[in-house]
Design a protein around this ligand. Structure first.
Ligand SMILES: [Zn+2]
Length: 175
């Protein structure tokens, strides 16, 4: 790396950075294409979600499988297919990944308390073969959340009306 000029190094770093944000771009483009509009990195929300759908009161986190310990049991902290915990400095990595997992959980708990729904998308779910299916399922989930939040109210209305209907009927009988 030392033979690189500052410009070359900068370009290199930028390329690495872009590569790191690629999963986020896949989700952004995929959901935009499916008609969803969102805000990016809502800084005031716990955990700074990658995407925020205000209309749906839903946050999306796009998690790297290694850093967030995908499929790693919090108790045993054994490596999974998605997250191979290095054998060198093993304890350090276990502690680090465990902390990340705990933080993720805590942030989502806070968001839930504030009335937000959270969707976690894992990097492995965005591999070319699974990508479209994953994006469809996010779109489905977001729509489902909206229906649950808004549909429940319209279901309870006819029940109220039915109860209210009894009063005028009773009044009618008295006549
Ligand atoms: Zn994974």
């Amino acid at each position: 790396m030392d033979h690189l000029t500052p410009q070359q190094r900068h370009k290199n770093m930028a390329a690495i950075h872009n590569k790191n944000t690629k999963p986020e771009m896949i989700v952004r483009r995929g959901l935009w294409k499916r008609g969803f509009r969102y805000r990016l990195n809502h800084k005031r929300l716990p955990g700074h979600p990658d995407l925020v759908f205000r209309k749906y009161r839903t946050c999306i986190f796009i998690n790297g499988c290694f850093w967030h310990g995908h499929l790693v049991d919090s108790k045993t902290m054994e490596s999974s297919v998605c997250c191979k915990i290095p054998t060198t400095n093993h304890d350090f990595w276990v502690a680090k990944i465990r902390r990340n997992k705990e933080r993720d959980k805590e942030e989502q708990r806070k968001l839930a308390e504030m009335g937000w729904h959270c969707i976690t998308v894992w990097e492995c779910e965005l591999k070319p073969k699974q990508r479209e299916q994953t994006l469809d399922s996010i779109a489905f989930t977001v729509n489902h959340i909206w229906l649950q939040d808004h549909g429940a109210k319209s279901i309870s209305l006819p029940q109220l009306e039915e109860k209210d209907m009894k009063m005028p009927m009773a009044a009618e009988a008295d006549d």
